[in-house]
Design a protein around this ligand. Structure first.
Ligand code: GSH
Length: 231
């Protein structure tokens, strides 16, 4: 079958999971091609031919090939091509509603980066450094910004779920599973996260990756702490 959807994927990768959540929410059939970023498979010539940037995910829809996930290009493509018309689209077609979703997707790209640098994910997992505590204030500012975007709505863009929630939730999930970050100072945000986690395709999409991420991040922290103390 030449029209098969193939997702080049690594389970712990948040952008991979946001795209997978889109596939699952749309109820599409797909094939997962696992790319082991821990052994550098994403930098091998075979994969660079698929994504010259050497990042996961990438998606093939038959002959059509697309990359870029945080900026949600892949997920937007999937909705543009496959999402049925309804009032509650993940990626609305009405310009005003779509504009809000796009705004949030771009804003959360930056919020993601702030949280990711606070956690110092590459330094902890692949290097010998620890959490970047000096970035905590900036991260807290980003959490408050996220709460402002959310306001009193059930989901980020409106009272129904959209792509903004799939991408927006990623960094908060990472903070929770990686270091039990406590969001109780941010009750609206916490309630929103609980609503996202209650979506029926959430566990299927995230449980395995969250477990793997939690382990590699915590192992890295423990190893790097022990090495720092031994100095
Ligand atoms: N906006 C990026 C985000 C993807 C991304 O950063 N993926 C990470 C995994 S979470 C990755 O592939 N890292 C491997 C590397 O940078 O060497 C894209 O989709 O191109």
């Amino acid at each position: 079958n030449t029209m098969v959807i193939k997702l080049y994927f690594s389970p712990p990768s948040p952008p991979c999971r946001s795209v997978l959540m889109t596939l699952n929410a749309l109820g599409l059939e797909y094939e997962i091609v696992e790319v082991n970023i821990f052994v550098g498979a994403h930098l091998e010539p075979d994969y660079l031919a698929i994504n010259p940037r050497g990042k996961v995910p990438a998606l093939h829809d038959g002959e059509y090939k697309i990359t870029e996930s945080n900026s949600a290009a892949i997920a937007c493509y999937l909705c543009n091509k496959y999402e049925k018309d309804s009032e509650n689209r993940l990626y609305p077609t009405c310009p005003q509603a779509r504009g809000k979703v796009d705004q949030l997707l771009y804003a959360f790209e930056n919020i993601y980066d702030v949280g990711f640098s606070y956690m110092n994910v590459p330094g902890v997992v692949f290097g010998n450094t620890l959490i970047a505590h000096e970035k905590l204030d900036e991260w807290k500012k980003s959490i408050r910004l996220a709460e402002t975007f959310l306001g009193d709505k059930k989901f980020l863009a409106s009272d129904h779920v959209t792509l903004a929630d799939f991408f927006g939730c990623a960094i908060f999930l990472l903070l929770e599973v990686g270091l039990d970050f406590d969001f109780s100072e941010y009750p609206k945000l916490k309630a929103w996260l609980a609503r996202v986690k209650a979506l029926k395709y959430f566990s299927k999409t995230n449980d395995e990756g969250s477990k793997i991420f939690s382990k590699i991040y915590r192992d890295g922290l423990a190893k790097n702490k022990a090495a720092a103390e031994a100095k």
